[in-house]
Design a protein around this ligand. Structure first.
Ligand SMILES: [Zn+2]
Length: 329
């Protein structure tokens, strides 16, 4: 029933919510040095905007896995929605890093309101300039945050995985979202209704403070991506993007297309295809229909720019926190 509700809810927008570049965008990629005001979060204040010298993605960096601190693996397959349909019967461990680092006392306030939901490709979780009806703590899969202009169409400016959440505007109290959040790689999330979420944040400053750390993190990552897009070559950025995506989904097979990566980086698709072709010729990756498999992780890291490591290191703020084995139904 939950899934059917989700389908109805997102059905009207699904066709619009494509992760790949829209038809109009491919002919209008800003050149290096051109400016685009964009933003990585739902932050509503002017102070949180940054200037990105080129349309590009703000990749939410990834926590370097520390096995000892990780929550126990769930019994469900995080890449499918099948487990979610049965999640109501079997408790499972929270995989989302932001939630997993939340102390039990604060998490207990959220627990009764968190509902496991599937994330289907191209579903719009939140749309720009709307008041969100819920926040989503990503358990698996990838959500793209997108901005658009009439000339460029939709362009990804951020990616949210299990190290983050969608619903920053609710935490900030600004309410109105700035960007569209679209499911790019299917997975699962823990959803909480906006009203309940807002009430909890008002009664629990500690919870809000914890979630604000993620907001600060997003701002820092946005700045790093601005540098990356301005200074680093397409092959470096492609390698960086794949590595961060791999880390986010936890598998060497990254279900993305050339078009998705081109959209994420704000570059033309042929440039991405050329880089991937070179990587494949060197035995670093293996392309397949709708996916890229990493064959040589060290080789891919060698191809990536320094930003890959910097972006990962940014998540130390959560990585250094103790993980809790929170369980939800
Ligand atoms: Zn870079």
């Amino acid at each position: 029933m939950r899934r059917q509700q989700g389908q109805r809810r997102f059905g009207l927008h699904r066709r619009e919510g494509r992760c790949a570049r829209s038809r109009g965008a491919s002919s209008a990629v800003p050149s290096v040095g051109s400016a685009l005001l964009c933003h990585n979060t739902d932050v509503g204040s002017k102070a949180s905007f940054v200037t990105i010298p080129r349309v590009g993605s703000t990749l939410e960096a990834i926590v370097v896995p520390i096995a000892a601190r990780r929550p126990a693996q769930d019994t469900h397959d995080p890449m499918t929605s099948k487990s979610v349909s049965s999640a109501g019967a079997t408790p499972f461990s929270v995989q989302n890093t932001v939630l997993a680092t939340l102390p039990e006392a604060e998490f207990a306030l959220l627990r009764p309101h968190l509902k496991a939901v599937p994330l289907k490709r191209n579903e719009i979780l939140q749309d720009a300039l709307r008041y969100p009806d819920a926040a989503y703590f990503i358990e698996s899969g990838v959500v793209s945050r997108m901005v658009r202009t009439a000339r460029d169409g939709l362009v990804e400016v951020a990616v949210v995985g299990k190290f983050g959440f969608v619903g920053v505007s609710l935490v900030l109290g600004t309410m109105q979202t700035i960007q569209r959040s679209v499911v790019c790689v299917p997975g699962n999330a823990l959803r909480i209704e906006a009203g309940a979420f807002r009430d909890i944040l008002q009664q629990s400053p500690a919870t809000r403070e914890h979630l604000l750390k993620y907001v600060q993190l997003l701002i820092a990552l946005n700045a790093q991506i601005a540098l990356c897009n301005a200074r680093h070559e397409i092959p470096q950025r492609v390698a960086r993007w794949i590595l961060l995506a791999q880390d986010r989904i936890g598998k060497d097979r990254v279900p993305v297309t050339h078009g998705m990566i081109a959209s994420a980086l704000g570059v033309r698709r042929p440039g991405v295809s050329k880089a991937l072709s070179d990587f494949e010729a060197e035995g670093i990756i293996e392309g397949s229909r709708g996916a890229i498999r990493i064959r040589d992780m060290a080789g891919l890291r060698h191809e990536a720019c320094e930003c890959e490591k910097i972006l990962k290191d940014r998540f130390r703020i959560f990585r250094d926190m103790p993980y809790h084995h929170h369980r939800v139904m």
